[in-house]
Design a protein around this ligand. Structure first.
Ligand SMILES: Cc1cc2nc3c(=O)[nH]c(=O)nc-3n(C[C@H](O)[C@H](O)[C@H](O)COP(=O)(O)O)c2cc1C
Length: 333
């Protein structure tokens, strides 16, 4: 069934088919048709003090503004991550900015945090029915200099505290100039020190603890990754998402889109992503849970991430190429 839908969607421009697919899922949900999908038997797990009905989540970027949370949950996800949300609305990069590399089961995107901003997302969250695990991924506006980036993340934390099960600090998108520099040790330490202090303050004021999760790039050197792992441990960060998209082009040079700027996701990211998880796991020694995001395309790749040390996995490109049955396949693997 999904194979047929995919044939039709892949005829269209990728960004258009993205919106069409989400609108179609939403209509199916409104009509009660998603309840006809095969029920996913619960495989509960507790991570970061949160109880997940299964360990398969939706990665950030598909539902940037929280418009489709209830419909996406109905596909069977154990958790949903929305965003990246920036404080103010912004249009992102000029189109085209999304490319399908079909023979490689991959995507290149340079969306550039196109989104409607905090105020809009809050209106969506107020209407949401879902009461399960919701991650909210926060970032900085394109025109906020790195020296003031902390203010944007603080704005996201304060705005979303009451709705978020966990908050993801995105310092790894390749499509916002300079963003990944926030992963440099001095900048990361300064940023996370401020955000942890705010976490403590908000916990007291709101009487609710919200775990902070840092999402990292796959393109770090071994030394950089070890240094980041040390900062995460020192700062007592609650979780780490490994990884965002890669700026490398290994395995896709045959594609006509190989030289498009942006982050590469999907199958070509799989092995690199697993290596990052292995190294992180060796360093963190289970003190900080790892959430895998990158190249989870089937049960084999999901199993490899879990064997490498991940406790949860997230899907994006795998969902596009292989459809929602992937969620139940992986949740029981
Ligand atoms: C079109 C697109 C948009 C994305 N937008 C975001 C985003 O806004 N924030 C973020 O943290 N990651 C974003 N990502 C990265 C995904 O969350 C995920 O980390 C990455 O695609 C690797 O996983 P995959 O190989 O399963 O796709 C985006 C990915 C794609 C393909």
């Amino acid at each position: 069934m999904y194979w047929l839908i995919k044939q039709a969607l892949f005829q269209l421009n990728p960004e258009r088919s993205h919106h069409l697919a989400l609108a179609a899922i939403n209509i199916c949900y409104q009509l009660g048709l998603t309840s006809l999908l095969k029920k996913i038997p619960p495989t509960p797990c507790t991570v970061m003090g949160l109880n997940f009905p299964n360990r398969v989540g939706l990665a950030a970027g598909m539902d940037k503004n929280g418009d489709y949370i209830d419909a996406l949950v109905a596909l069977g996800f154990g958790f949903i991550e929305i965003g990246t949300v920036t404080p103010r609305p912004q249009t992102g990069n000029p189109r085209p900015r999304l490319f399908r590399l079909v023979n490689q089961a991959a995507i290149i995107n340079r969306m550039g945090f196109n989104g409607k901003g905090i105020d809009y997302v809050l209106t969506r969250l107020a209407k949401m029915r879902y009461r399960g695990i919701l991650g909210i991924n926060i970032g900085k506006n394109r025109d906020t200099p790195n020296e003031r980036a902390v203010d944007d993340y603080l704005a996201g934390m304060r705005a979303f505290w009451r709705y978020a099960s966990y908050l993801t600090i995105n310092v790894s998108s390749p499509n916002t100039s300079g963003l990944r520099d926030l992963q440099h040790i001095e900048q990361l330490t300064a940023l996370l020190t401020a955000l942890k202090a705010e976490q403590t303050r908000l916990q007291q004021v709101e009487n609710k603890y919200v775990p902070l999760v840092v999402k990292i790039a796959p393109d770090l050197s071994t030394t950089e990754l070890d240094d980041i792992a040390n900062v995460l441990l020192t700062q007592k960060i609650d979780g780490v998402i490994a990884t965002n998209t890669t700026i490398k082009r290994d395995g896709v040079m045959d594609s006509p889109y190989a030289n498009e700027a942006g982050g590469l996701s999907g199958k070509p990211l799989d092995a690199l992503n697993t290596r990052v998880i292995q190294q992180l796991h060796a360093h963190l020694q289970k003190k900080i849970p790892i959430i895998a995001s990158g190249g989870v395309m089937d049960t084999t790749s999901a199993r490899e991430k879990i064997n490498a040390g991940a406790q949860l996995v997230q899907l994006y490109t795998g969902l596009i190429y292989n459809g929602p049955s992937l969620i139940s396949d992986i949740s029981s693997c």
